[in-house]
Design a protein around this ligand. Structure first.
Ligand SMILES: [Fe+2]
Length: 225
């Protein structure tokens, strides 16, 4: 029986998940191939739901860093408060899709976790030409962020590379294909290079071993990305 051909068994294949887990552990970043974590149907559903969520333009990040990106918020994680979904059915349905049992199980395996992970924050990013996300540290937004998960939702654009800086002298450039999922540790700085053509779109969520209030201490009154 060709069981390995259906989506569910591919999602749950221990061997594949272990391969990604080791790469994430060794390199701090891994690209999960298309169709492993999100099927074409999942991506279509995400596209349909995100259309119902309002968008804002963000120019300044949590640590005073510079960005230019259009953001749709799905789950927010304000300092001093517990994460919460933004109002509306679309955000609730989107989180339901992301936190499905199979997907949570697969991500937990990739993170190498013995306990469950929670999604503390989730948002959509849209980047037409000229948009970029400056160098930043995700843990600056919430010290309990462990991994960020970035689902690529666009096919046709130039620029917009995801660049990770594990040390002062090292950089790794990623250009994941449509439907691929980039997982990176929140303890390493990274940026998204300016988009030069087309439109880069992604779904981004931040996972943590810890629930409860965001333990970030605010030093200045900056608008958070
Ligand atoms: Fe980031």
């Amino acid at each position: 029986m060709a069981r390995s051909m259906n989506d569910k068994s591919r999602l749950l294949s221990e061997e594949v998940l272990t391969k990604y887990r080791i790469e994430l552990l060794v390199k701090g970043t891994v690209v999960i191939d298309p169709q492993i974590l999100f099927t074409q149907d999942d991506l279509a559903k995400i596209d349909q739901l995100q259309a119902q969520i309002p968008e804002e333009q963000v120019r300044e990040g949590d640590a005073g860093d510079l960005h230019s990106v259009f953001v749709k918020r799905v789950r927010v994680d304000p300092p001093g408060r517990a994460p919460s979904n933004v109002s509306g059915t679309a955000s609730r349905q989107l989180m339901g899709l992301l936190e499905s049992r199979d997907r949570s199980f697969a991500l937990k395996k990739i993170f190498g976790a013995s306990t469950d992970y929670v999604v503390r924050r989730c948002q959509m990013h849209r980047m037409p030409p000229g948009c970029f996300v400056g160098i930043h540290l995700d843990a600056a937004s919430d010290p309990d962020f462990d991994y960020s998960v970035i689902v690529q939702l666009a096919r046709d654009f130039d620029g917009g590379e995801f660049v990770v800086y594990p040390t002062k002298y090292e950089q790794h450039v990623f250009r994941p294909p449509f439907g691929a999922v980039l997982v990176t540790t929140c303890k390493v700085r990274h940026e998204v290079k300016p988009v030069s053509r087309g439109e880069r779109r992604s779904l981004v969520f931040f996972c943590s071993k810890r629930g409860g209030a965001n333990r970030r201490i605010i030093e200045s009154s900056t608008a958070g990305l």
